[in-house]
Design a protein around this ligand. Structure first.
Ligand SMILES: N[C@@H](CCC[C@H](N)C(=O)O)C(=O)O
Length: 340
């Protein structure tokens, strides 16, 4: 519900990666970068790492190709107003919202995202799982393995470039333990060659976790340091497993279905340190905001973790720094503006 002055929202978070959820089923809201920045401002707005606009696929021009497969489109924006292809924690929070708001029954269903269709599994209570699709390791055909230099926290790394729909540079800090990882200064943006990451990149710093798996911190494209990043956790997990020679075996899992892959959320030992079983590789990923579980299968990666709705309310748009009345889509326009 909204009027010219107020915009209703729900605040959600998954392992501390937090989002302003804007219900906009019919796509009436013109979600400008300025409005996103104002909502996400932690001093003068609600405060969040990003915005999740909840819109019917039929009302989102980008999602029209998915209308037959996914009723809802996750319109994710970074806190700086930019678009991202995918957000793993966002997808889990978005799915939890759809269930709690009564739009979808608990269980398995499919979301439309800018990276394509993503199957989620939302139990009535407890962790939410999203099927993230297969990772893609970047390689430079002629020049051998691609190890782009990345400078972050005052250190230089040869990163592992992994796409989870969005770009990641995974940096292994082999000489650091978890305590030393916590002590790094991530206040400054990482540096990298624009040619290596023309769309920018999310940067993960990764160390071994006692008991197996990894601990990581992340500097997100379009946000800054965050308490967690779901796509980053998947990128870190598969890069770590691959580095140790652990790759999933077998072909498409029995439960897979078309381009959204297998049934998310089935099986898997919570908190497993890292191991291979039944053809899949399971990796525990600790982030500053909590713990995530990643399972890498031959055809997809499953991300599991908490997703909570924290509070809801109405924001007085006129009071947000630099914004005027709520921007609405002109009746003649084909859909909401997707300027980045
Ligand atoms: N926090 C997200 C990733 C959000 C998008 C990212 N900042 C980008 O620009 O690619 C996640 O949980 O995956």
């Amino acid at each position: 519900m909204r009027d010219d002055q107020q915009l209703r929202f729900v605040k959600g978070q998954g392992t501390g990666n937090d989002f302003v959820i804007l219900p906009d089923p019919d796509g009436d809201l013109d979600l400008t970068p300025e409005l996103v920045r104002a909502l996400c401002d932690r001093r003068t707005g609600i405060g969040a790492d990003g915005v999740l606009r909840v819109v019917l696929s039929a009302a989102a021009p980008e999602a029209v190709p998915f209308v037959g497969s996914a009723r809802w489109f996750m319109d994710h924006r970074n806190a700086d107003g930019s678009l991202a292809q995918m957000c793993g924690n966002g997808a889990r929070v978005f799915a939890r919202y759809l269930v709690e708001a009564g739009y979808v029954r608990p269980g398995g269903f499919v979301l439309a995202t800018r990276a394509g269709l993503r199957r989620v599994e939302v139990p009535p209570v407890g962790d939410v799982t999203v099927e993230m699709g297969p990772p893609s390791f970047a390689a430079r055909a002629a020049a051998g393995p691609f190890a782009p230099p990345v400078s972050v926290a005052g250190r230089e790394f040869d990163a592992v470039a992994v796409s989870m729909g969005n770009p990641h540079a995974v940096c292994f800090a082999d000489d650091l333990d978890v305590a030393a990882l916590r002590g790094l200064d991530l206040s400054r943006a990482p540096r990298f060659r624009a040619d290596d990451f023309p769309e920018g990149v999310n940067v993960e710093i990764v160390v071994d976790r006692p008991g197996g798996g990894v601990a990581m911190r992340v500097y997100e494209r379009g946000v800054g340091e965050t308490a967690s990043c779901g796509t980053g956790a998947c990128a870190a997990a598969v890069a770590w497993a691959d580095r140790h020679g652990h790759r999933p075996t077998g072909g498409t899992t029995a439960a897979s279905a078309g381009d959204v892959g297998g049934a998310a959320g089935a099986g898997g030992a919570a908190g497993a340190g890292g191991g291979v079983g039944g053809g899949e590789v399971e990796v525990a990923v600790d982030v500053p905001g909590g713990a995530l579980n990643v399972r890498w299968r031959a055809d997809t990666v499953l991300l599991r973790g908490p997703a909570e709705l924290v509070f809801d309310g109405a924001v007085r748009i006129g009071m947000l720094g630099g914004t005027g009345p709520i921007p609405t889509r002109p009746a003649s326009a084909g859909g909401p503006s997707l300027r980045s």
